[in-house]
Design a binder for this molecule. Sequence first.
Ligand code: ADP
Ligand code: MG
Length: 622
Amino acid sequence: MPKAVGIDLGTTNSVVAVVESAGAEPTVIPSAEGGRLCPSVVAFTKTGERLVGVLARRQATLNPEGTVNSIKRFIGRRYSEVEAERKIVPYKVVPGRNDAATVEIDGKQYTPEQISSIILQKLKADAEAFLGEEVKDAVITVPAYFNDSQRQSTKLAGEIAGFNVLAILNEPTAASLAYGLGKGKNEKILVWDLGGGTFDVTVLEIGDGVFEVKATNGDTHLGGDDWDEMLVNYLADEFQKTNGIDLRKDRQALQRLREAAEKAKIELSSMLQTNINLPFITADQTGPKHLDMVITRHQFEDLTRPLLGRCVEPFKQALKDAKLSEKDLDEVVLVGGSTRMPAVQELVKKLTGKEPNKTVNPDEVVAVGAAIQAAALTGKGGATLPVLVDVTPLSLGVETQGGVMTVMIPRNTPVPTSRTEVYTTAADFQSSVEIHVLQGERPMARDNRSLGRFQLTNIPPAPKGVPQIEVTFDIDANNILRVSARDRATGKETKVTITGSTTLTKADVERMMRDAELHAEEDRRRKEVIEARHNAQSLASQVENLLKEYGDRIPASDKAEVEAAVKRVRELATSEDLDAIRSAHSQLEASYRGVGELIYRMASESQTQAASDEGAAASGGA
Ligand code: ADP
Ligand code: MG
């Protein structure tokens, strides 16, 4: 049976994990570059190359307009909703079809679904390389507050990457699963998630395998990046004081400073002081300048205390919304790389009065939980796993007379669920009604998010208030909504799957899937070419070395043949022609084979000679 993976598609980093066999511990899958986290960064270079992960992140400063980070801030959202987000990213975001937030690079548009699918495709390839088999099934996580459109777009990104998306799972729920919470007993859990750019606090209640989100709060503009930025500013200020140069004005210097600040921050999580050393950071007429400073943990904590302070209010609000006090909490779970900072852990302990769960790496815990759920859904997890029941994150309803939002399904209703209400017409002889589907908690329709509108037509003429229109909201286990309206008199029915205004048409998705496959094929091919080149070139080097040593002792015609074969391989060092590289390689092998035996004998003779020389030296010394 093929293996199903769990994926944490994060704002800053993404992680993929798997349960390899029933009852086994989940494993975090390393990326091809060797790390356990894959930066959620995609870049399009000037030479037309597409980079993902560390490689994309590494060239970000030199190519800011062509490097896409934090795409999660845009997925499933309208252009008009993301004004604040647009200002903090270096690339261009434009209104795409249906006002969907869309990335534009070099005049070419990419939807957030497409960008996310490129990251997912990389995780898929890494998982396949690690497991040695094709991977199709996946559980992908999203924040608890993601609305329908954001969830659907995430699912679509998975499908474009070639996954069969088993479920879209809430991140805090996944983290709780990783700790095996909620098995049998009722528990109230607080999940504190401080990542690279976002802070989420979620209160969950678990019982009988039902995970209910009681409340969620946070700050979408607070995360580890802000800690880095504060340190950068401090270092730049100090440098300016002594050298009179503002490093923030120099792109290259700023990038080095940012990387050094993050590194120092990470070191200060386990050490009490660290050294920041950036030689040749800049220069003026007096010569090159170096930055060399020592920062203590104490200094760093003092400096960033205001950021820590910003975590308190969302925490209190979440508890208040859940109608709980900190004493009611049974468990506290730490999620996100930034919770490795000792000051954050102390704050959580102080606020909750509890020792938080932190034995699973906080930046991997969500992917681990997703892998456990993926295994459970494919019958691999053993019998003890809870059946997950999710809840609707926001209320769903329709617009009724006077622009009012009438709720059909209140927030926090466990899914799957279905509700039917009967509505009527507002005017005499009205022959059609418009169903305007809304999501949100505000009383007026216009203040909520519009998920879509559709018409039920050909209603037989009747005075207002007489026709009976049945409206049904149906939500499946993935929180995906289908709405239908039926005229009771005629039985005529219209149905729509609410795909959110930003989501793509079926044709778009199919095209993107084809594109993705094409790219995967291209990537595979490129890898093959690189491997073939590498193999041929290293054989050529070996042969050259041997020729240097023994060449004068083999027949001249044989030597000339081998040399010609080596030359041919060398000529193909940068070639893209896989067949040519492979045939040059086998030609070299063939021509070398004839003299190989001879050389081998000579080599082993000189070995024996060397060994007996050594032996003589050793006995002489005794
Ligand atoms: P996200 O959920 O936003 O995708 P992560 O959970 O991977 O991201 O968190 C990334 C953040 O965690 C970065 O700001 C990174 O610098 C920070 N981080 C990682 N390890 C540590 C550490 N040991 N100490 C402090 N911060 C850390
Ligand atoms: Mg995260």
